[in-house]
Design a protein. Structure first.
Length: 35
């Protein structure tokens, strides 16, 4: 599920660059969750 979430976040960043600010922390949190 986490892997899918990361993919969705990346898609969101590409579609809406304005959400990149909120998306980056989410990606970092997702990566930390994998570990």
């Amino acid at each position: 599920r986490q892997t899918v979430a990361v993919g969705v976040i990346k898609d969101v960043e590409k579609k809406a660059p304005s959400t990149g600010k909120g998306g980056k922390p989410a990606v970092v949190a997702a990566k930390g969750g994998k570990k």
